[in-house]
Design a protein around this ligand. Structure first.
Ligand code: SAM
Ligand code: DTB
Ligand code: SF4
Length: 330
């Protein structure tokens, strides 16, 4: 049932059957519905721009099958130390100059250690002072860590559910789907905006993709930001040879997310180097309105600014200014 704290048109009671019926419509009908919902809430030609930085890379104790940074995956990445605060702020300044409005900092941790918290808080304060939104993704958080991040002024916390609850144990065994939901509810309760999505292309079924979106759309409040990643296959990980995703199925996932969570930013996230301009255009038509800019994500490649500038020119898209970041229907 919709919570009374949310506008009436926001539904947090979606069922699997409802979502399946939407997803399985003829492609053109699905896209028309998604674009209609999109236009009721957003300027369809504006795209929110975030920039990522890995502030602590590699050596992660978790066993996520897709990840270059898991110490268990034999991928060649060695563990780095936590980056110096001043360097992080210098990188954020460059990202702002290049047009990013949100700076997302990621660490390859199961959860942050006490000794790292002061530096993490200083990063949040420093990046905020530049006039950018801040996002962190640091793994699982306890109550006190969430409150400290909130006090430092953190705007968003990214914590992906990655896939359906049923498929989750096939991808990660060192933590559970329920652990993810716990951290998400702590973040929400503390008043930090939630960024949560998943990955398409890990061998999951269409049903798993639908269940993942229904899980996000039936949280007590929809995540403000929903990143949909297309798997970037990484050598020497268990998913190195995963079958590529059908691009039209990927577009369907974006469209369903847009319809189930009409006011959330849907981010066309990892995997854009493997997408044609035409596939990205269909994703924008289906309601994607956020992306990562710049030539690297955390460890993997991303289209650089030149390619994205050309794409935006071809499509008549514009970066969303920070003051436009609330939806037009609000
Ligand atoms: N360690 C933290 C965590 O797991 O929450 C933060 C960083 S983790 C790399 C953030 C997200 O990136 C993952 O949850 C996953 O959805 C996405 N991701 C990681 N590797 C990926 C890959 N090879 N392809 C696509 N998405 C990936
Ligand atoms: C998200 O959903 N995708 C980003 C961000 N949230 C942290 C990370 C993508 C990582 C892609 C693989 C890499 O760069 O190692
Ligand atoms: Fe660690 Fe995050 Fe990679 Fe999992 S996705 S191995 S938790 S860095």
């Amino acid at each position: 049932m919709p919570r009374d704290t949310q506008p009436a048109e926001i539904n947090t009671g979606w069922t699997r059957a409802e979502a399946e019926a939407i997803y399985n419509q003829p492609f053109v009908d699905l896209l028309f519905q998604a674009q209609t919902v999109h236009r009721a809430h957003f300027d369809p030609n504006k795209i929110q721009m975030s920039r990522l930085l890995s502030v602590k890379t590699g050596g992660c104790p978790e066993d996520c099958s897709y990840c270059s940074q898991s110490a268990r995956n034999g991928s060649a990445l060695s563990a780095s130390k936590l980056m110096e605060v001043e360097r992080v702020i210098a990188e954020a300044r460059k990202a702002k100059a290049a047009g990013a409005t949100r700076y997302c900092m990621g660490a390859a941790w199961r959860s942050p250690k006490e000794r790292d918290m002061p530096a993490i808080e200083a990063m949040v304060r420093g990046v905020r002072k530049l006039g950018m939104e801040t996002c962190m993704t640091l793994g699982m958080l306890d109550d006190s860590q969430v409150l400290r991040l909130k006090d430092a002024g953190l705007d968003y916390y990214n914590h992906n559910i990655d896939t359906s609850e049923a498929f989750y144990p096939k991808i990660i065994t060192t933590r559970s789907f329920a652990d993810r939901i716990d951290t998400l509810s702590r973040v929400r309760e503390a008043g930090i905006s939630v960024c949560s999505g998943g990955i398409v292309g890990m061998g999951e079924t269409a049903g798993d993709r639908i269940d993942m979106l229904v899980a996000l759309a039936t949280l007590p409040e929809h995540p403000e930001s929903v990143p949909i990643n297309m798997l970037i296959p990484i050598a020497d990980t268990p998913l190195a040879n995963a079958a590529p995703v059908d691009p039209l199925d990927f577009v369907r996932v974006i469209a369903l997310g847009r319809i189930l969570m009409p006011k959330s930013h849907m981010r066309l996230s990892a995997g854009r180097t493997g997408m044609s301009d035409e596939m990205q255009a269909l994703c924008f038509f289906a309601g994607a309105n956020s992306l990562f800019m710049g030539d690297t994500l955390l460890t993997a490649a991303n289209p650089g600014e030149d390619r994205d500038r050309k794409l935006f020119d071809r499509l008549g898209l514009q970066p969303q200014a920070l003051q436009d970041s609330t939806d037009i229907g609000a």
